[in-house]
Design a protein around this ligand. Structure first.
Ligand code: SAH
Length: 220
C-alpha cells in the first residue's frame, strides 16, 4: 500500500492545495480546518481505481453501499463542530473510510468513532494505523446509542442522515457542547444542536445529501 501512496504523493500536495483554495472560495473560513485538510492525503482513503478523483469536490463510493463525504462536507461539518473553540473529546457516528476521523484527530485531543459495518472498520483501522493516527478509538457498534462510558463529549458528529436524534445520545453532550449532523429524509439539511443549561437549541443550515443511518451492526 505504501508504494502506491508515495506514487500519488508526488502530485497530491499541489492537488490538495487546489482543493483548499476551492474550499475557501466555497465559503469555508476556519483556517485551522483548512490547514489540517491540506496535510491529510485524502487519496489513501479511496479505492485505487477512484483515487485520481479523491480531491474533486464529490462524494465517492467506499464499498458496502457507503460513501466518503465530499471535501466541502468534511470541511463544513468540522468548522461547525469546532466553532473556533477548543475540543477535548469528540464522538463520531459513522466512521466509514476514516477520512473525517483523521481530520478530527488533528483538531481534537481524543476522538471516539463508531461504525456499524465490521469489515469497513477493519480496513479503516489499518489505514489510520498506517497514517500513525493514535488519538482515535474505533469501535464496531450501532452509533445511535453513543458511547456513554467514554462521554460526556464536547462535540458529536454524525455522518449519516436521520430525522431524529435519540435523547440518550444528546445527553452524552456536555453543557456548552454541540452536535452536527444531516437531518431529514428526502430533503436533508445540516443541523447543529447546541446544549445549554436550559436545554437544546437547533439550527438548520445548508441542504446536503447523505446515506441513511441504519440500526444494528453488520459483522461480515
Ligand atoms: N465520514 C464517513 C462517512 C461514511 S457514510 C466517510 O467520509 O467515509 C456513513 C457511515 O455511517 C457509513 O459507513 C455507515 O455504515 C455508517 N453508519 C450508518 N448507520 C450507523 C449507525 N447506526 N452506527 C454507526 N455507523 C453507522
Amino acid at each position: 500500500m505504501s508504494v502506491r501512496h508515495s506514487g500519488i504523493g508526488m502530485t497530491s500536495q499541489r492537488t490538495r492545495m487546489r482543493m483548499i483554495e476551492r474550499l475557501r472560495k466555497q465559503g469555508i473560513v476556519d483556517e485551522v480546518v483548512l490547514s489540517v485538510m491540506g496535510s491529510i492525503p485524502r487519496h489513501i482513503f479511496i479505492e485505487e481505481a477512484l483515487a485520481s478523483r479523491a480531491y474533486d469536490d464529490i462524494s465517492l463510493p467506499i464499498n458496502f453501499g457507503q460513501t466518503i463525504s465530499s471535501p466541502w462536507i468534511v470541511a463544513r461539518m468540522s468548522e461547525l463542530l469546532r466553532a473556533d473553540s477548543h475540543l477535548d473529546k469528540v464522538l463520531e457516528v459513522g466512521t466509514g473510510c476514516g477520512y473525517q476521523t483523521a481530520v478530527l484527530a488533528r483538531l481534537v485531543r481524543e476522538v471516539f468513532s463508531l461504525e456499524r459495518i465490521g469489515p469497513l472498520l477493519t480496513r479503516t483501522r489499518m489505514r489510520l494505523q498506517e497514517l500513525q493516527v493514535r488519538n482515535v478509538y474505533l469501535k464496531h457498534a450501532d452509533g445511535l446509542h453513543g458511547l456513554a462510558e467514554a462521554g460526556p463529549f464536547d462535540g458529536i458528529i454524525m455522518t449519516a442522515v436521520t430525522t431524529h436524534i435519540p435523547s440518550s445520545l444528546l445527553e452524552q453532550l456536555i453543557v456548552g457542547g454541540r452536535m452536527v449532523f444531516p437531518k431529514g429524509s428526502q430533503k436533508q439539511h445540516l443541523c447543529v444542536i447546541e446544549r445549554n443549561s436550559q436545554g437544546y437549541i437547533e439550527t438548520i443550515l445548508e441542504e446536503v445529501n447523505f446515506v441513511p443511518i441504519l440500526s444494528g451492526v453488520v459483522r461480515r
